[in-house]
Design a protein around this ligand. Structure first.
Ligand SMILES: *Cc1c(COP(=O)(O)O)cnc(C)c1O
Length: 554
């Protein structure tokens, strides 16, 4: 606006296609919302003097219903209205976000809410251990995380069992060494006896199955699912032939008392079982500690409540190091999991905070550990190698590491979003925003005309294997060039919805602005499955976002 002197509407239209809104939360409560009075107090003047907007117009940018004076100002809605595209951070989160934002797109099917996804990835060179780096370098060279990594998967598949298993052992030993030092320090701070410190350190065992989890202690992450039946957890860890140890870490937000209580529950369990169980809590969770843990653990556990883990990234950090995930089918794991690469909890459905469901999932977790994870780790060949375990490690490393690497993520953002956004912005802003001005004029002129559009009669003729469906459309003063007419049918058996453009066949002689549109569809489904709809049409706009008007034939 400052550069060109244009109105807010034109400046928004000029800049909007250059913005991508990446949404990160999976629950509506995660969006920042502010009371209208607060917005008025701090931004009312700015809106009026700098943007030339009334308070109502300004608040409308962050509201679902601009006429509801009580509705708070939602920052996510504001972001949506300022962007030319939007994305979630995993496939499932894209789906969840389409539901969360559906109120902004009334009358559109949820699947058409314009939010896609780019699944997060982690920067592998940051998280790989020295031992893992050596394996990957031998297999794929030093520059392996750059470029398209087309050969990474095949390269890693050719690494021998012996090498992979040796790497795993070295990495676990390094974590145990690190944990011994940290715990020694933690205990010395509270003036523990040297003998007690030595005993605790000795309980950490570099040769046994090492389970890890570390995260923010928030209730939706259910960090205490493993404590559901403490006796059973103890029996699992203390199995005489197949012992395991559990290393945990994490922090709760200073204001999250429920999260803090979950940490206290673990601390009480650890104190109570000090002499019997190998459970260790490492204090001061941060990226350095996370790095040690994801490099060393054999198994990474994650037990959030679906669908609240928008993506989750800690589990991706173990991939490069040969750690295996056992996780809820939520966030990234819902798209990564196959039986060859790890273990899954959950049924791909949401169950809210139902305690009975939590109990059932804890049961499944214990059973997986007892019957699959631990036996596979201890089932060794004559050379002492757990071949089934190593095969799973190899599948996880080869198949998942390239897919959940930041290289893939950055490439997708660049190709699917940033480059198209840059070109779209240049087109809109060129020539002092000529295209933006045209678009605003078009929107202003079209809005009242759309409101006047009507459907007339519908006719269906079935010949052989085709339905020929016609619809009368009354455009009044609107030009047929400004609309698009489609036949729409919901998907069946999990497939996507189907849409066919209808073509204008003739002008209706007797009434102004009347046209017949027609399309033919397969008669495999009843004609009543298909509904005609009219949408706005204008080259170069993001239809749903910038002209989200839609009319369905009754
Ligand atoms: C990776 C990482 C996270 C994110 O972990 P999630 O389990 O995906 O939430 C949080 N904190 C630290 C220190 C991390 O390294």
């Amino acid at each position: 606006m400052k550069k060109t002197g244009y109105s807010f509407a034109v400046a928004l239209a000029a800049t909007r296609p250059g913005n991508l809104f990446t949404t990160h939360t999976a629950v509506a409560a995660g969006f920042d919302r502010f009371p209208p009075a607060l917005v008025e107090q701090y931004l009312g003047r700015y809106a009026q003097e700098e943007l030339g907007l009334s308070l109502r117009e300004f608040l409308a940018l962050g509201r679902q219903n601009p006429d509801d004076a009580g509705e708070p100002f939602n920052m996510a809605y504001l972001a949506m209205r300022g962007s030319g595209a939007a994305n979630g951070v995993s496939r499932l989160h894209g789906q969840v976000s389409r539901q969360l934002f559906a109120p902004l797109f009334p009358r559109w099917p949820v699947d058409e809410v314009p939010i896609g996804h780019v699944t997060n990835g982690v920067h592998m060179p940051t998280w790989d251990s020295a031992a893992a780096d050596q394996i990957w370098t031998e297999a794929s060279g030093k520059e392996r995380w750059q470029g398209t990594s087309a050969t990474l998967e095949a390269d890693l598949r050719s690494v021998s069992d012996e090498k992979l298993w040796a790497m795993r052992n070295t990495s676990r030993e390094a974590l145990v060494e690190y944990a011994r030092e940290s715990i020694g320090r933690q205990m010395a701070v509270v003036a523990a006896e040297p003998e007690a410190i030595a005993r605790t350190k000795a309980r950490l065992d570099p040769g046994i199955l090492t389970l890890g989890f570390a995260r923010r202690f928030a209730t939706y992450k259910r960090p205490n699912l493993l404590l559901h039946d403490p006796g059973r957890l103890l029996r699992i860890l203390n199995h005489p032939e197949r012992p395991a140890q559990l290393i945990i870490s994490g922090k709760a937000h200073p204001a999250d008392h429920a999260g803090q209580a979950l940490i206290q529950e673990w601390m009480r369990f650890i104190r109570r079982t000090e002499s019997t169980a190998r459970v260790f809590f490492l204090a001061d969770y941060d990226m350095l500690l996370a790095e040690r843990m994801v490099q060393g653990v054999d198994v990474w556990i994650n037990t959030p409540r679906r669908p609240w883990e928008a993506c989750g990234t800690s589990g991706m950090k173990v991939l490069v190091n040969g750690g295996i995930n056992i996780s809820q089918l939520d966030g990234w794991w819902a798209e990564a999991y196959t039986p060859e690469v790890g273990w899954a909890l959950g049924d791909m459905l949401e169950h809210g905070e139902d305690p009975a469901w939590d109990a059932a999932e804890a049961e499944v977790l214990y059973e997986l550990l007892e019957q699959q994870v631990i036996p596979e780790f201890f089932s060794r060949n004559e050379d002492g190698i757990p071949t089934a375990w190593v095969a799973r490690m190899r599948e996880s490393m080869a198949g998942l590491t390239p897919r959940f690497s930041a290289s893939r993520t950055v490439r997708e953002y660049t190709e699917q979003h940033y480059l198209p956004a840059a070109s779209a912005y240049r087109l809109r802003a060129a020539d002092k925003g000529a295209a933006a001005r045209k678009l605003v004029d078009w929107q202003t002129a079209a809005a009242p005309r759309w409101a006047a559009l009507r459907f007339g009669a519908r006719t269906v003729e079935t010949k052989g294997h085709q339905h020929f469906i016609s619809a009368e459309v009354f455009l009044k003063d609107a030009s047929p060039d400004t609309i698009r007419v489609e036949l729409y049918a919901d998907g069946v058996k999990g497939s996507g919805a189907v849409k066919y453009e209808m073509t204008r066949t003739r002008q209706l002689a007797d009434r102004a602005g009347g046209y017949a549109y027609r399309a033919s569809v397969s008669a495999a489904r009843p004609a009543s499955d298909y509904t005609a709809r009219i949408m706005a049409h204008c080259d170069g706009i993001a239809t749903h976002l910038e002209a989200g008007w839609i009319l369905w034939q009754k």
